[in-house]
Design a protein around this ligand. Structure first.
Ligand code: ZN
Length: 119
């Protein structure tokens, strides 16, 4: 049995607008972003592999979120955190700009320096 993990959102390290804009660029609607902010602390996504959960947490940290990775114990979906998990669509694959090193969704020009990311 492999271990699974969840990501808990605890608050913001950036402004609300920054967070919402960053989430939009990850394909998360501003409605969902609002829900996350209202329900915090809240589980963003559960039942992820170690590799996936790291990607997910990194994406949210870069969006200005304070998140914690927690290991899920057994099959129990119960948690001491009152709110149920929010259903966030899977985040797209991320790529790193070869020019400036900024992590971002694939298929665009670099958000920071404009370098084309299309392979
Ligand atoms: Zn760049």
């Amino acid at each position: 049995m492999s271990k699974t993990y969840l990501v808990l959102f605890q608050g913001l390290t950036e402004t609300k607008d920054y967070f919402k804009n960053r989430l939009l660029s990850l394909g998360v609607s501003s409605e969902t972003a609002e829900t996350i902010l209202k329900k915090a602390p809240v589980i963003l996504k559960s039942s992820m592999t170690a590799e996936k959960v790291k990607k997910y947490a990194t994406a949210f940290r870069e969006a200005g979120a304070r998140v914690t990775i927690m290991q899920e114990i057994g099959d129990s979906k119960e948690s001491s955190i009152g709110s149920p998990p929010i259903s966030i669509p899977a985040l797209g694959d991320f790529t790193m700009c070869p020019e400036c090193g900024m992590k971002q969704p694939r298929g665009k020009n670099c958000e920071r320096c404009g370098y084309p990311l299309v392979e």
